[in-house]
Design a protein around this ligand. Structure first.
Ligand SMILES: *Cc1c(COP(=O)(O)O)cnc(C)c1O
Length: 385
């Protein structure tokens, strides 16, 4: 393993809790996706700090390997440009008028979700003497941003009519239920999008070159939705979107979350552990303290449910998870100050997955990853050769 410390605040070896991001796995996951969706292009989604993996490092590593990059908000796009990322960047979320010049200044592709916004983009581009690159956003059943599929022609017509300062490079939509066991709503959305695209044939107008719709779940379960480009998020990071998604390609988690034992004690019966005294033993047990808590993004709702790996064995977390620390019951086993504690990851054939943490916390793997706080330094590694 080669260690790249460039982005952490030189505290590797000091901080006891860290997240290890394996860039080689990100690349392998990307290649697995590429082989499956070929010849469609790939727009990895790097929003929310690259799903907790660290926006800057992930973008620097992936941008030379991909066709496009997707982020959620303007600030993420600006950050990437300031880092020198040259790949085209689409900002997927909604915009308000004031932001448009910033998009243009930083050469970011805009999502045009309405006629009004498209006209504002055109006007701003004209004023600045530039050409804006936009993707039209069609709402086929998410009821989030985008023009409704049954009114889409108004946006499509406006894009043809109004906008000399706008290049309509793409048109896209987003699934609400592609990760469900029942794909009927996803199929309905796909049909609606296809119908919207027929507009161009009916009017003998050129199709925007980048039609895209598939998130990770649709990319796996609905190959008809690949179109010209796919937008994988969670799958790129090596996590399947839901238990219902067919695992048609193999990906592996890129992130491991680790800490170290910082204290050891024997807890006697009748002496409950942590805030609220929610846990106690009826016999003496060995308990270690681990310096991670909900202030790092280790959900408090996992108290008395989570498990960790120490020396390749699984142990239960006990008592309330505190802001900065938590306790683990190792019963009569041994553990020493400084021993590695795996919160998320694998060792000696044992694994704790983002899905496990999500189940303990009552959420989805997405939230487990994006919730890992900035207090947790990211350490980037690559498999050698
Ligand atoms: C977040 C997002 C994605 C990626 O979703 P995954 O389920 O992580 O693959 C794709 N498209 C849009 C519009 C998104 O907001």
């Amino acid at each position: 393993m080669r260690i790249n410390e460039s982005t952490i605040a030189n505290d590797e070896g000091v901080r006891a809790t860290w997240a290890e991001v394996n860039l080689s796995r990100l690349r392998a996951n990307l290649e697995a996706i590429r082989a499956w969706v070929h010849p469609a292009k790939i727009m990895p989604i790097l929003k929310a700090n690259a799903y907790g993996h660290g926006l800057a490092e992930v973008a620097k590593f992936l941008s030379p390997l991909v066709d496009y990059i997707g982020v959620a908000v303007l600030e993420e796009g600006i950050l990437l440009r300031r880092l020198g990322v040259r790949a085209p960047i689409l900002v997927l979320g909604g915009i308000w008028g004031n932001q448009i010049p910033k998009y243009l200044e930083y050469d970011l592709t805009l999502t045009a979700p309405s006629v009004e916004r498209l006209e504002q983009i055109d006007a701003a581009a004209q004023q600045m003497g530039v050409r804006a690159r936009v993707h039209l956003k069609i709402d086929t059943g998410m009821e989030r941003i985008g023009v409704h599929y049954y009114n889409a022609h108004t946006l499509q017509e406006a894009a043809v009519r109004c906008c000399r300062n706008v290049e309509v490079e793409g048109i896209f939509s987003h699934f609400a239920n592609a990760d469900a066991a029942d794909l009927s709503h996803a199929r309905l959305q796909l049909e609606r999008f296809q119908e919207v695209l027929h507009f161009y044939e009916r009017h003998s107008l050129p199709m925007p070159p980048l039609r895209h719709m598939a998130n990770s779940a649709a990319l796996l379960s609905l190959p008809e939705s690949h179109f010209d480009m796919v937008r994988p998020g969670i799958l790129l990071y090596g996590v399947y979107p839901s238990p219902h998604t067919p695992r048609r390609i193999e990906v592996r988690p890129a992130l491991a979350w680790k800490s170290r034992v910082v204290y050891f004690k024997v807890v006697q019966p009748g002496h409950p552990v942590s805030y609220g005294s929610t846990w106690q033993s009826d016999h003496p047990v060995r308990v270690v303290t681990v310096p991670v808590g909900y202030g790092d993004g280790y959900f408090r709702s996992m108290s008395n449910r989570a498990q960790v790996l120490i020396r390749g064995r699984r142990y239960p977390q006990i008592g309330r998870i505190c802001m900065d620390q938590m306790m683990v019951n190792i019963e009569s086993d041994s553990a020493y100050n400084g021993d590695e504690v795996i919160l998320l990851g694998e060792a000696d054939g044992e694994q704790i997955s983002a899905e496990d943490l999500a189940e303990w916390a009552g959420t989805i793997p997405y939230e487990i990853l994006t919730n890992i706080n900035t207090r947790v330094p990211r350490l980037y590694i690559q498999d050698s050769q």
